[in-house]
Design a protein around this ligand. Structure first.
Ligand code: DC
Length: 213
């Protein structure tokens, strides 16, 4: 099983790079942030408070979740758009700090990799906790101002200042939580994408994978 783990803060380029790398290597791609967002979405829809530890754990264990073909389907409803909305984005760091949720999603991520013969898997704890034996562990990063600019471009209705504040808040929550905080995993290659094009990052990573194969 060949797993390539990509971790890093929001806006560091994980999704674009992860998808591109999976394409180039002929592997499947898994966005684990979408799984945490799907749990937050299901909780909001079910009227469960995101800070309510046990009921949120139950939501994570009971949802039917499919991430095939770039669509995120939660209990039969397509939530691809809603999981990126402001309501889910506000709640998701709280949901992701819940150890019961993390335990359940870790299990699902390992199952997914076993079923797909590995893949390019991105998140916050992939190289550090979920797949410490990954063939290649990448920690992608970029200047906070550049990360906010990228996100603001993606969501034109949200002004830059608000996006920057939201990113800073989420970075602090993701890095400060007790269970699987965002860290540079042991043995990871750190790539600062601030001044790099997507193609430059992809070329570097393809070369690193080839060296290790
Ligand atoms: O990558 P993203 O912004 O879609 O992630 C959404 C949230 O989920 C973010 O607050 C970090 C969290 N997350 C996590 O804790 N562990 C992961 N493996 C992936 C995402």
């Amino acid at each position: 099983m060949r797993v390539i783990a990509i971790d890093g803060p929001a806006g560091s380029g994980k999704s674009t790079v992860g998808r591109g790398l999976a394409d180039r290597l002929g592997l499947t791609y898994l966005d684990t942030g979408a799984m945490y967002r799907a749990v937050a979405f299901a909780a909001i829809r079910g009227g469960v408070d995101p800070t309510d530890s046990e009921p949120i754990g139950e939501v994570a264990r009971s949802i039917e979740l499919s991430l095939d073909g770039g669509r995120v389907v939660v209990d039969g409803s397509d939530a691809t758009i809603e999981i990126r909305g402001p309501e889910v984005s506000r709640a998701v760091s709280l949901v992701a700090a819940n150890p019961e949720v993390r335990e359940e999603l870790r299990t699902r991520q390992r199952l997914w990799a076993a079923e797909h013969g590995g893949g390019v898997i991105e998140g916050r704890d992939i190289g550090s906790v979920v797949f410490p034996d990954a063939v290649l562990k990448v920690y992608l990063t970029a200047d906070p101002a550049e990360r906010a600019r990228r996100r603001a471009d993606e969501m034109s209705e949200l002004e830059y200042e608000r996006v920057a504040a939201d990113l800073a808040r989420r970075d602090a929550l993701d890095q400060g939580r007790d269970d699987s905080p965002l860290v540079e995993p042991d043995g990871a290659v750190t790539v600062d994408t601030t001044a790099m094009t997507v193609d430059e990052v992809l070329e570097l990573l393809v070369r690193l994978v080839e060296e290790r194969s």
